[in-house]
Design a protein around this ligand. Sequence first.
Ligand SMILES: [Ca+2]
Length: 374
Amino acid sequence: MLIVWVLGCTAEAESGATESGAVDTGSTEGVDSTSGTESGPADTGSTGSTDDSTPPEPTRCPAGMSPVPAVDPAYCIHTWEVTFSGSMGDLDQWREGAVATEGVVASEQGVLPSVGASFSQAELACANTRAVDADGVDHGAMWLATAAEWQDAGDGVVGAGGTVYPWGDTWDASMCVTTDDDGIPVWSGTQATGSLETCRSSFGVYDQIGNVWEWVDSGVAIDVEAWFATWPEFGREEGWLTAVDSAAAHRLAIEVTGVAGEVVWADGRVRWASDLASWGTRVDLHGWAVSGVGEPDVSSLPVRAVDSGEVDADGRVLADLLVLEELNGRPYPDKRGGAWYSGTRPRLDTPSYAHSWDFNGTIGFRCASAPFPD
Ligand SMILES: [Ca+2]
């Protein structure tokens, strides 16, 4: 009886998504009782075998995760954008003395994914979540999926190669919960996980393109010394970012999401004149020092813009820039895949480094795990 029930549930969830685009129950009971047994074995191994004479192999992945590749997996990854529960603590989990994230994650079809976790909270929430098998044996902690793991789960090939989108190489705005071809929203909001069967990779992973953006670990470590080696015209004085002269200062840009500003030279120091009116209060802001005008990338310097208490002639807050050397070795945050409201024709292989590690917008994530022993 137990086996029949499990297989029936699997078939119900999948057939509901296929037919309606939204997870629904109740209308497929008759289908379940006849088709569940047949489709079950192929589902549990996640691929391949449809030979009824072959018994299903025990899954190598925790509940809510898909094996990548499907046979002899190198890793497991959450099948759907996750939901998290529990206290998530401070947005900046890397800051000394931060209130720690105690939240854990789950992944299931037919629920609204969680958003609003910062990159560093997402890292901790994954690390707090254990890979437990069907017998209750704990096989260790999960981790935030790396860019390589995330991309391979979507493109269908472990390592180099694979498709541009989960469904193939040609953009089609109807496949996932995305904007239209020109980046204009067409959905009214975030959709339940797995609501479009077409938005599924060959490894069985849903919604990597569209619905909500997803944090991934870029796999590239922040290296403060390398930044200063590349830009010798800048230095540090008691931790504050300095420059040899005013001309050097103006080669920098400071990128903090949602805050406009410009780098200025004042009192022999690099400062950031920012318009904080929209924030309502003066706070220490995390961001990146970018060499030249441009977007943050994996060679940007992590800084904290600290209100100096001074205001320039235009009424802008003058912030000093604290170099965050303690972030050495931490990964650059990367977000992928676009969302229902933004991203124009998002590809699996296109990173975005725009946000700092403590930014919490409408971004979700998924975790990875080692497969259970064979
Ligand atoms: Ca997504």
